[in-house]
Ligand binder design. Structure first.
Ligand SMILES: C[S@@+](CC[C@H](N)C(=O)[O-])C[C@H]1O[C@@H](n2cnc3c(N)ncnc32)[C@H](O)[C@@H]1O
Length: 219
């Protein structure tokens, strides 16, 4: 099965707008934590954001762009990639004037480089080791010399969901062995706990109960 077939098959099982974290307090806390940590990480790397170009790989419906717009990125500097036709349509409807590179990110073939390339829970959707390696290589190749990859993904398997597979820190470092520097932080209270504890998210959100990492991967 090709990567495109695998992703189409996998996502046809889910409702187009379904959300892994569906559920009031939990999703609010998760998103707030992601936004705050992305802001803090990017502030470590760049003095200002308004001239930075950004590409989001596997952008879903494109809604993550709001995180970057709120931080001061300019809308005209944001580009998207996505594989699934319904999601491409949603991106185009949400951001009609932005570049959308349609199809498998591994095959993006453009003459442009980016300051920031963002991926959020895309690698864990890709099951093949070889495809993961190809995508990591592609992302590095699309970076400007001082560019960074911004990474958000989970590091533990969910035994109930065989359609996705963790990328732990060891694998991340192997995927980006050519990177000059990688640093990361564990974030996101694991979904099974977070959904139960709801408004007590902050109380339970200690590192050993977190399921994801936010990472910066430098070229
Ligand atoms: C779990 S969703 C996350 C969507 C979005 N990044 C977010 O954080 O909400 C993973 C997305 O990656 C896309 N995807 C997976 N593999 C891809 C590939 N090789 N090229 C482009 N998109 C891909 C899927 O179609 C899906 O929309």
């Amino acid at each position: 099965m090709s990567l495109e077939e695998q992703i189409i098959n996998q996502y046809s099982k889910r409702a187009v707008n379904s959300n892994l974290y569906a559920g009031g307090h939990y999703v609010d806390h998760v998103q707030k934590e992601i936004k705050e940590n992305i802001g803090a990480f990017l502030n470590e790397e760049f003095k200002e954001f308004e001239n930075l170009s950004l590409l989001e790989i596997g952008a879903g419906n494109g809604t993550n762009a709001e995180i970057f717009l709120n931080l001061g990125f300019k809308i005209q500097n944001i580009s998207f990639n996505e594989l699934l036709p319904e999601r491409i349509s949603a991106i185009k409807s949400n951001y009609p004037n932005n570049a959308v590179f349609e199809g498998n990110a591994i095959e993006i073939d453009i003459n442009k480089k980016f300051d920031v390339i963002f991926q959020s829970t895309v690698f864990t959707s890709i099951l093949s080791k070889v495809d993961r390696e190809k995508l990591a290589e592609k992302m590095l190749s699309l970076l400007n010399p001082n560019g960074i990859i911004l990474w958000y993904d989970f590091i533990y398997n969910n035994p109930k969901n065989k359609d996705v597979r963790k990328v732990d820190v060891k694998e991340l470092k192997l995927l980006f062995a050519k990177s000059s520097h990688i640093y990361y932080k564990k974030i996101t209270l694991a979904p099974p706990i977070g959904r139960k504890v709801k408004k007590f998210y902050k109380l339970f959100n200690v590192p050993f109960l977190r399921s994801h990492i936010l990472a910066i991967i430098k070229k």
